[in-house]
Design a protein around this ligand. Structure first.
Ligand SMILES: [Zn+2]
Length: 224
């Protein structure tokens, strides 16, 4: 048994793929500056079957055409339009539309590459370091369970009610976002939801490797 390494791209945004045998669980790290998540995913895939997708970037924003963009904001048309204007305001409308069309054309191929097989699970690992926390997600959530003894910056986000039911009584903060928002912000969770893919985001403070590891193990133990 060994790890097969290959690469895929979404409109020129490159991801390394580490494949360990066959499984219907995939993992992704989409923000290049989230080092703790990168360390965890690379370690985890050595002993767990599945595919790990790791963005090939050191920075949070990646180059796309004449601008940089948050790679986790380009999985819907509305999100991509907004994200592309974030770091460049003087767009030629034709150039902007061309890039949006290119993303549109490549989006589903990329998504179906990273999505697991029927009924499978996509686990995204994120780290935060700018104050972002579970309270920012409550207004978009249908159900949530906040634990008083947990840091609000460490939390689990899931899109499937059955997964939520299995995870909510554990020790960690958790939210359920199971309702598709048409004008969403273009993050991968909304695309997974749209296509009925079970998605779980494990979010912790940057640097808190042992916490993120415990949360990942808790998730896998609870839902498999
Ligand atoms: Zn992130």
């Amino acid at each position: 048994m060994g790890i097969d390494i290959s690469e895929i791209s979404y409109s020129g945004i490159h991801f390394q793929v580490q494949k360990n045998g066959l499984s219907n669980t995939n993992y992704i790290v989409i923000h290049g500056d989230e080092e703790t998540a990168k360390i965890l995913i690379k370690d985890h895939i050595k002993t767990n079957l599945g595919k790990a997708f790791i963005i090939k970037s050191k920075n949070r924003e990646v180059t796309l055409g004449p601008t940089i963009v948050d790679p986790n904001r380009i999985f819907s048309k509305s999100g991509a339009r907004k994200a592309l204007k974030n770091f460049k305001t003087d767009w030629n409308p034709n150039e902007l539309n061309k890039l949006l069309l290119n993303l549109e054309k490549n989006r589903n191929d990329f998504l179906f590459n990273i999505f697991p097989g029927e009924g499978g699970l996509l686990i995204a690992l994120h780290n935060n370091f700018r104050g972002y926390n579970v309270n920012d997600e409550l207004k978009n959530s249908q159900l949530y369970s906040i634990k008083n003894n947990q840091n609000p910056r460490d939390f689990i986000l899931c899109t499937n009610i059955k997964d939520y039911e299995k995870l909510k009584n554990g020790p960690y903060n958790i939210v359920l976002q199971s309702k598709v928002e048409t004008n969403n912000n273009g993050s991968l969770s909304w695309a997974a939801l749209k296509y009925g893919v079970r998605y779980i985001n494990i979010e912790t403070r940057l640097g808190w490797l042992s916490q993120q590891k415990k949360m990942l193990h808790f998730v896998e133990r609870s839902i498999k």
